[in-house]
Design a protein around this ligand. Sequence first.
Ligand SMILES: [Zn+2]
Length: 225
Amino acid sequence: MLVISSVKILENDGKGFKKYIDKSYAKRHNLIIKSIIKSRRKGTTMDKLTINKSAQKVLVVVDMQQDFINGALGTKEAEAIVDNVAEVIKTFDGEVIFTRDTHTDKYLETQEGRNLPVLHCVKDSEGWQLDRKLASLRTDAMKIFDKPSFGSVALAEYLKENTALESITFVGLCTDICVISNALLIKAFLPEAEIKVIEKCCAGVTPKSHQNALEAMKMCQIKIV
Ligand SMILES: [Zn+2]
């Protein structure tokens, strides 16, 4: 049985196996591993990897879930940004990633639940789902990161893998909690990437805290556009 070691990866030209390359080659050529498929050929087992050119620009759509728009924690300001966010997703020239605030029914016993005792975004509930309009724009290529807290370490680690990344643009909810948390977290992981936040595609818990968060991000060299 042939098992390709973890340092050897196989570049796939779309027609089949092409050549073996190693991870440093992938890094030099800005390739990222998109998927690993175990395949069997003539009694051998191989890891077939699909590798794509990394995106230079990433759009992160933060927590555009029903509970934050018209559900348990919805606001009219959040409702008002949905069309703007949809427009940006449709026209964005790069990789689009979604995040979802994700809790269990034990939410009220968590630190966040004690500070904000409003049950929301319980996994698989209606309110946890992405806004319907935005969900209809999502393709399988657009990743979703479910996160139990404000910032997503998994998202930051994923983005750090992409050595070609030049800019990360944030849109979504709420400006003053999860947008600011993720923007600052990712700035720490990728200090050389340009971080942007589109003002008209974000809303805060209140209009005032939305403005405060934009000001705070500006001071931390996040571009508000
Ligand atoms: Zn939450």
